[in-house]
Design a binder for this molecule. Sequence first.
Ligand code: SME
Length: 156
Amino acid sequence: MNTENIKLEIDSICKKKTDINTALQSICDYLEAELKTYTWVGFYFKNGDKPELKLSKYTGEETDHTIIPFGKGICGQVALSNKNFVVDDVKAQDNYIACNIHVKSEIVIPMFKNGENIGQLDIDSNIVNAFDKQDEEILEYICKKVSELEFDYREF
Ligand code: SME
């Protein structure tokens, strides 16, 4: 993984004066195309003041899980823990929501704006152990960059 190139591309997407939805979609498309082990890339954000997540932009197969209550699945757990969650093998997880049968591993990185956990970047892979420290680092960078864009998640 060439982290410097990825950071440059993310910087370039975020610098463009496009709307937030275009930026989010471009990031999903770019990551899915650039990183061969990433099979589904999507952003979830807090659904207004409700204790649930709402799917925003994504690249990959359509999912039924457009709303995820806090505490449910890997995403819902990250909404409460405020911590990265790396799942090497989804089969070993009890509290897991399967989006499709091909997914073997998953990573979820929370996104903070003014200290508040407002959403997350969720990535699935069709191979086990797809994510390491380098993935975590680059995805944290992306979440930070996105959080610095001008938007209000309550308007999604
Ligand atoms: N697997 C996630 C649900 C979202 S899908 O991967 C798109 C979870 O357990 O929270």
